[in-house]
Ligand binder design. Sequence first.
Ligand code: BG6
Length: 469
Amino acid sequence: MPKGFLWGGATAANQYEGGYNEGGRGLSIADILTGGSLNKKRRLTPPKPLEDEFYPNHEATDFYHHWKEDIAMFSEMGFKVYRMSISWSRIFPKGDELVPNEEGLKFYDNVIDELLDKGIEPLITISHYENPLHLSLEYGGWKNRKLIDFYLRFAEVLFKRYKGKVKYWLTFNEINMLTEPFGAVFCAGMLEEKDNTELNRYQAMHHQLVASALAVKMAHEIDANNKVGCMLAYHNMYPYTCHPEDILFAQKYAQLHNFIAGDVHVRGKYPGFAKRYYEENNIKLAVGREDYEILQQGTVDFISISYYSSACVSIVKAGEKTDGNGTANIKNPNLEASDWGWQIDAVGLRYVLNQIYDRYELPIMIVENGLGAVDVLSEDGAVHDAYRIDYMRKHIEQMKEAISDGVKLIGYTCWGCTDIVSASTGEVKKRYGLIYVNKHDDGSGDLSRMPKDSFYWYKRVIESNGAKL
Ligand code: BG6
């Protein structure tokens, strides 16, 4: 890998941190999401958690009380970068206050200082799937323009507090999930089913794009060294047949699901295909007078993506469905799938990296990639996760190919570098970590940590800068 390549791992506060009612933190939408499984959807219980219900994110895997120990393990693996998110409701418990919660900030001061002490660059996602619950109950989530100001107040506190300490920022996690029904709750905090319309989701996305552009501008003004990126859930969908209608359909799919958000973030304007889609689908956005100018002034410095799997789409032929990240599309007969039906496609990563770089010519970071799998503690007390190593090895091989193709890839943070709660199903059983956390879906477990085989493998990969796979 190129010199200075940013190897590391990634998590999100709502899925990892726990301490949901400690240190003055307010409730977030993740705190009223029950557990679920592959076949059982998570339920929302607004306006608050119920007494007799289990909420996996409340304690999650307890970074709140294990941060020092966990960062020591990240450091042992040789991380150069650690992607984390800040819990918005830990800083602004309701989201619309004027003054931040000092105790919440102190927690992140400690975490960030510890990372820097260990030579690990923090990469901060400002908003990762956890709007303060109050912003949903009182304002209806991101379909309401008022959230732009609340978000900017939050972002400003972070940019100022961590000036000179944090250089890499992401404004919104997987903003383009708003093109899918999945995004209504997770990205936009729109809790009512009736609010989950295309119009509301695209309106929420517009508000977030404006908020993001303003945040990029602000970050640069506060510290010219700041590098601010966007984050796209990269939906890689192949045409199921070679019928020209299918080729076009797959192209349209990518335009809609990846490139509307990507183009606005990177080029500062909506592409022509968005205008057509909005017109044909009666999506009439409420756009502020200066919005288009704002979008042009706040383009990002780099692009980051999550990439887990691929699938197929077709307009001419039906096929068996398979799951994926926030989507369900047609199964590709050439690919294997995880236990959760996410089809494993390492070569697809090379394809995607080329596609993005050809389009935008900006540095790219892969900030999520990994295998959600059931890990078993062996009789020797270890987790022998050869399947995870195999998954990561194949993806890293394709990253190298992409770099040889000319792609400017600057970093890789594997997802859930330690076991955390799954976003879509609420399970801990769907483990991504290189570190095993003794915690289970019924809430049991002493939260002790233990390296899996993949931990030692990744350590060697980082030590050799990707040479020893
Ligand atoms: C991404 C999210 O969509 O995928 C993460 O940014 C999430 O928050 C990850 O955890 C994997 O999805 P899941 O549902 O397996 O946790």
